[in-house]
Design a protein around this ligand. Structure first.
Ligand SMILES: [Mg+2]
Length: 428
């Protein structure tokens, strides 16, 4: 019985290095939207003591003066690199659960009798590195919770191959003993403190408590964790991620927005993006909500928060319907005289796009529902937005303050990396 957890190392920072070999040993940090906080650090940056989530302005001067390199987040690029890594995994392993942008669980039960799993892990790791440039770490163990422990253990003892398997009772107990209880998957800081008070400080102590006691004293969820630590599999690989129940597209603005003329195209952009995501999920929605708010941090200024939901009589995933609804929702909640700091759109009440459900009464605003038309637009816009809706903001002005974004190396024809300028010139 074996599962694996594949984790991309310092993922966003590693991505920034792929097309910039000159940054190989340079400390790198990546910032959140609007360049507010540090959300990813290369190993070198971690060594410099840059903490996760620290406000950029606090560390900026010292980081840059020590030769560090900073990037605004480039999620288009990271998302594409993530998809490439996941694709490789899916090519080799029948059971893959994409857990987050930089993590995936693998079900290795069917491979166990044919392969040495450690060697298999090393092979996959080197292929991913060679084909995408992304460095990964792999933890192999009998349960999901233990794969995380295997990864921690690999870090602790500094396994040079970055692949670590724990399978014998001795190996597992040794790894558990060296894991603080708060680092166990699903425990966290707050629950960790409660457990510490009960004299449970490391994962081994937690594994040795009677699960029935844990269930009574804490929760069923923690009981499951205890069983998983003991090597009893409670969580399987989920191949089909559960269908989403809602889609939110929202942003904080780098510069405040005060007028409807500026705000509306931004909300339209969110609506277009949300509708794309909805079609991607093969869903339709019956509700569109828009929210806007001022900044709670500038409390010396007047505050306003607005939220409105529009319902469709028939579910739709046509961008034009969603744009009309977004406008209808935005107009009554917008009040002039405020500095807006954030806006967003939320699509909800989903139904499968294949199921047609008609309203009992004829609706004068019947949804457009021309899926062919939308499909063509999605195809045209897949790699570079070529078609905009009239109410959109076409990039001329962005509410985001992001000045240090790397090119969209892999998803935009206009930003492809140039390998060697001399060769390009020669053949021109
Ligand atoms: Mg990671």
């Amino acid at each position: 019985m074996a599962l694996a957890l594949v984790d991309c190392e310092s993922f966003y920072a590693s991505c920034e290095r792929i097309f910039r070999p000159d940054l190989k040993h340079v400390p790198i940090v990546v910032l959140s939207n609007n360049d507010g906080c540090v959300i990813a650090r290369s190993t070198e940056a971690k060594k410099m003591g840059i903490g996760m989530g620290v406000p950029w302005f606090k560390v900026k001067d010292s980081f840059l003066s020590q030769g560090g390199k900073v990037f605004s987040s480039n999620f288009t690029f990271y998302g594409d690199m993530s998809a490439r890594v996941m694709n490789i995994l899916e090519g080799f392993v029948p059971e893959v659960e994409v857990y987050s942008i930089d993590e995936a669980f693998l079900g290795l039960d069917s491979l166990e009798e044919h392969y040495n799993l450690y060697d298999f892990g090393c092979h996959i790791r080197s292929l991913i590195k060679q084909w995408t440039g992304v460095p990964v770490r792999i933890g192999i163990a009998p349960t999901k919770t233990l794969t995380k422990i295997a990864l921690n253990e690999a870090k602790r003892v500094n396994v040079p191959t970055k692949v670590h398997q724990i399978s014998t009772v001795k190996e597992i107990r040794e790894a558990l003993k060296n894991t603080p209880v708060r680092d166990v998957w699903g425990v966290g800081r707050r629950l960790g403190e409660h457990l510490n008070q009960a004299k449970i400080t490391n994962a081994l102590q937690l594994a040795d408590v009677d699960p029935r006691y844990i269930k009574r004293k804490f929760s069923v969820v923690l009981e499951r964790t205890v069983r998983e630590l003991r090597g009893q599999r409670c969580l399987g690989i989920e191949n089909n991620a559960a269908a989403k129940k809602q889609i939110v597209v929202s942003r904080s603005f780098g510069t405040r927005v005060t007028d409807l003329k500026t705000l509306r195209p931004i909300v339209s952009n969110f609506a277009v993006r949300a509708a794309e995501k909805l079609r991607n999920e093969k869903q339709k929605c019956s509700q569109v909500s828009v929210f806007i708010r001022t900044s709670p941090f500038s409390d010396h200024k007047p505050q306003h928060t607005g939220y409105k939901t529009i319902e469709f009589s028939t579910p739709t995933n046509d961008t034009r319907d969603i744009l009309i609804a977004a406008k209808k929702a935005l107009l009554p909640i917008f009040k002039p005289g405020y500095d807006y700091a954030k806006a967003g759109i939320l699509l909800s009440r989903f139904s499968n796009e294949e199921i047609k459900q008609y309203s009992l009464f004829k609706d004068p605003n019947e949804p457009k529902e021309n899926s062919k038309f939308m499909k063509h637009i999605d195809e045209l816009n897949a790699y570079e937005t070529q078609i905009y809706f009239a109410s959109q903001n076409t990039k001329k002005w962005s509410p985001m303050k992001q000045n240090m974004t790397s090119p969209k190396y892999t998803t935009s024809w206009y930003e492809l990396p140039i390998v060697n300028r001399l060769i390009v010139k020669k053949y021109k």
